[in-house]
Write a protein that binds this ligand. Structure first.
Ligand code: NAD
Length: 335
């Protein structure tokens, strides 16, 4: 079986620490792989097992993963207790030397077949994101950009890559509903979306300037799915008491037969990192498959994971799911 390394930029973040804790819990049989699409394809496509994954990464915070997981409070301390030792043994790599050299060293030290670079740094950190993308390219490592940041992706010609900006909760549901309204020819006259988010990411994306790219990613996809541009307002508000348990409200005005108005209201309580972490694991497994099959450039079949997918304008979730299924059917490895 292949040994797969994951280098995470933003290792002490909420998503990264939830991902690492999730892998440790699942390895010990203390959690099951719920919400992971890749599980369905594990056998048929020889996708990486959880025991095949070796994780490292960078973060200026320099905390152990146990400290990060406790700080983010995504999982209760009693859930972390059985894996405390493993988490306490993992700390970000030091800042000395180039990112590319660190990737190569990690690959050699653990005799890895593939190293995947996963970008999970804060919104607005474009230059640093581009630096991680470049290092991935230099070292022949597939690259995943789960952030809204610009990574200079057009230069990543020799590796498979996927991004941008994980489509986890509210925008995912929007991409399920909008094509359905279009199919029924119900006219959306207005769509107001608001979010209350209290984690570190919420602090950044709730900022009027730093959060601009995220608002753009959340706003731009509605018109292509509906075929017209309704009044669409998206807001993100930093609200610390909510923590990682984000609240989103959607108010939709619709026009039906004879011009009569209707309304739909959606109130959702998601968990930001609990949605994002399994998607990142799916992406790691799928991009490793792409790399094994010598694919390069944007992996459009992974568009269902992203708000602003590279290389395709398809945003509707069911079409994106079809792209994934058709791709995986067509590239089933022969055993
Ligand atoms: N959680 C979700 O549902 C979701 C959805 C879509 C996109 N995202 C994106 O994923 C990213 C991570 O989210 P999060 O909630 O874990 O954020 P977070 O703020 O908890 O974590 C980001 C981490 O990156 C570290 N960091 C900052 N600069 C760095 C650098 N140059 N190199 C390495 N590390 C650096 C920070 O110290 C922090 O620990 C964000 O960009 C967010 O917008 C998250």
């Amino acid at each position: 079986m292949s040994r797969i390394g994951i280098c995470i930029a933003g290792l002490n973040g909420a998503v990264a620490s939830t991902l690492v804790a999730g892998v440790c819990l699942m390895r010990r049989g203390l959690a099951t792989p719920v919400a992971m699409i890749s599980e369905r394809y594990r056998q048929s496509h020889q996708l990486a097992g959880l025991d095949d994954l070796i994780i490292t990464g960078w973060d200026p915070r320099g905390e152990t993963l146990y400290e990060s997981a406790l700080r983010h409070r995504v999982l209760e301390p009693h859930r972390l207790h059985p894996i405390a030792k493993e988490l306490a043994g993992l700390r970000p790599l030091g800042g000395k030397g180039s990112v590319a050299a660190a990737i190569d060293k990690f690959r050699r030290a653990h005799r890895l077949d593939t190293v995947i670079v996963l970008n999970l740094i804060p919104t607005g950190e474009n230059a640093a994101s581009a630096q991680y993308a470049r290092a991935a390219h230099e070292t022949g490592s597939p690259f995943i950009n789960f952030t809204p940041n610009n990574c200079g992706e057009s230069k990543l010609t020799a590796i498979p890559y996927a991004g941008r900006d994980g489509k986890t909760g509210q925008t995912w549901l929007k991409s399920v509903l909008a094509p359905a309204f279009r199919a029924r020819d119900l006219r959306v006259t207005g769509w107001y979306s608001t979010n209350l988010l209290g984690n570190e990411d919420g602090k950044v994306v709730g900022h009027p300037v730093k959060g601009r790219q995220k608002i753009r990613d959340k706003s731009k996809l509605l018109a292509p799915m509906l075929g017209y541009d309704p009044f669409h307002l998206v807001q993100i508000n930093y609200f610390p008491p909510r923590g990682d348990t984000k609240e989103s409200w959607d108010y939709l005005d619709l026009e039906g037969f004879l011009g009569l108005p209707m309304q739909i209201r959606i109130s959702a309580q998601y968990r930001d990192s609990i949605l994002a972490a399994p998607m990142c694991l799916d992406l790691v497994r799928f991009i490793e498959l792409a790399h094994r099959q010598r694919a390069t450039g944007p992996q459009t079949w992974l568009s269902l994971f992203f708000k602003a997918p590279y290389g395709t304008k398809t945003h509707g979730f069911s079409k994106q799911e079809q792209m994934l299924v058709e791709h995986l059917d067509a590239c089933r490895p022969t055993l």
